[in-house]
Write a protein that binds this ligand. Structure first.
Ligand SMILES: Cc1cc2nc3c(=O)[nH]c(=O)nc-3n(C[C@H](O)[C@H](O)[C@H](O)COP(=O)(O)OP(=O)(O)OC[C@H]3O[C@@H](n4cnc5c(N)ncnc54)[C@H](O)[C@@H]3O)c2cc1C
Length: 410
């Protein structure tokens, strides 16, 4: 085992592997460590990703794609259906992945680019000298050792400790975490072309139930609810009720529980010699809980700045803050807009959800961005949008184009 690298990355999820690949491609010495013995396993994910974004990081491979979906169907509490499909969005939609294989494919690309990869290697602490992070303490096969480096990248997921060890506050309150449970259900008839969502405070308080097709009469059927809004109701109980009622013939062949950060952006994601990316930096989308693409996008930005900082011989926060500025002004902007909508959404009554769905059921979406959704809502139901104006005001202010359309149409 080498004890010196340019960069050590903790965690071989999508964030860690993309960062490792991009840094290794620039000729730097990189180590990617993963505490589990098998990268990608166990999976804690519904495995849905947007196609176009994915392609910016890896060429899709049928070996890790279970379904190529053409749209989404959303059912409000009274059963009103809103459909967003490829034909109306005019663009490509998404894949349902086999994440066990996907995460391994990403790690394989990092290795092929020249990164060293070590599994069953757990980070147990940071080496900090003169206020600079300059390495990682690791445990491999029961033996502790120190690995020194110029930059540590924390890609250690939702339960991240790397940030905390460096003095960064990444703590999450119950209202900041979506509690999720998911079954892989076999032996059911599922439309393989659509991801389906069910809303309603009875079935999923301040959240939703999803059905993502996985091919061969299988689907990921899951639920995400806000701990702060669900009282005594448990995600797994609500999910079991839904499956028993709607898929009595289904057989549960896998179960997943986990949390998704839905807190919006956190301020600090760097320290001297340290960067956080992906779920460790709380970069998942507060509405959908989706974090794979955001993790990969942030990883690419972090990699670029890490390479620059090392070349300049300056890994201080002063140099690394360009990463923070970059991700806050791109990803962060989208995450904060989503947070505003999430906060509105989690306070909707079932009647309001029905009314929203009814307004949107015949809407003609030109794409599937949040703004298109709001614009369609505006066109379909001006009164409802007016009622919601306080909630959506910040989103509107953020988006000049939408604001212009909004003004022109009032
Ligand atoms: C039920 C559920 C459903 C979801 N569905 C979707 C979805 O459909 N689409 C989507 O985009 N996102 C979804 N997400 C979110 C998505 O899974 C995450 O956002 C994504 O995995 C984040 O990637 P990451 O690389 O930051 O972290 P992770 O994928 O969590 O990877 C972190 C890695 O770090 C390792 N690690 C942790 N600590 C250490 C340590 N001390 N030393 C070494 N290694 C360590 C872990 O073992 C892990 O492999 C879902 C999440 C849940 C819980």
């Amino acid at each position: 085992m080498k004890d010196q690298y340019d960069v050590v990355i903790v965690g071989a999820g999508p964030a860690g592997s993309i960062a490792a690949k991009n840094i290794a491609q620039k000729g730097l010495d990189v180590l990617l460590i993963e505490k589990r013995q098998e990268i990608g396993d166990p999976v804690r994910c519904a495995e849905g990703v947007g196609k176009l974004h994915l392609r910016q990081h890896i060429e899709p491979d049928p070996r890790w794609i279970c379904a190529d979906v053409k749209g989404s169907r959303i059912f409000s509490p009274d059963g009103t259906k809103v459909e967003m499909a490829e034909e109306v969005s005019g663009g490509e939609v998404g894949y349902v992945l086999e994440r066990k294989l996907f995460d391994r494919a990403l790690a394989n690309e990092a290795a092929c680019a020249g990164a060293d990869v070590m599994v069953k290697t757990r980070a147990t602490g940071l080496i900090i000298e003169d206020d600079f992070v300059c390495g990682v303490k690791v445990m491999y096969l029961g033996v502790e050792s120190n690995i020194r480096c110029k930059i540590v990248i924390g890609a250690d997921g939702v339960e991240s400790k790397i940030g905390r060890w460096a003095g960064i506050d990444t703590s999450l309150k119950p209202s900041d975490i979506e509690t999720c449970a998911q079954y892989l259900v076999a032996g059911i008839e599922v439309d393989q072309d659509y991801c389906v969502f069910y809303l309603g405070n009875e079935i999923a308080p301040a959240g939703y139930i999803w059905i993502f097709p996985k091919g061969k009469n299988q689907a990921n059927v899951g639920i995400g609810i806000l701990g702060s809004k669900s009282g005594k109701k448990r995600a797994v109980t609500l999910l079991t009720d839904f499956v028993n009622k709607n898929m009595p013939e289904g057989k549960i062949i896998e179960m997943v529980v986990g949390g998704v950060p839905v807190c919006g952006t956190i301020e600090r994601t760097i320290a001297n010699g340290l960067m956080l990316i992906g779920d460790a930096a709380r970069q998942s989308d507060p509405i959908t809980g989706g974090g794979i693409i955001n993790a990969m996008d942030a990883a690419k930005m972090a990699a670029e700045i890490a390479v620059k900082a090392i070349a300049a011989g300056d890994v201080s926060t002063n140099m690394l803050k360009e990463y923070e500025r970059k991700w806050h002004s791109t990803l962060g902007h989208e995450i904060n807009n989503s947070l505003i909508v999430k906060e509105a959404f989690t306070n909707f009554t079932d009647e309001e959800l029905n009314s929203l769905a009814y307004s949107l059921k015949d809407a003609n979406f030109t794409s599937m961005s949040l703004l298109d959704l709001l614009y369609a809502l505006f066109k379909a139901n001006k009164k409802l949008l007016w009622d919601l104006r306080v909630l959506f005001k910040d989103v509107l202010i953020n988006e000049i184009d939408f604001k212009r359309e909004f003004k022109d149409n009032v």
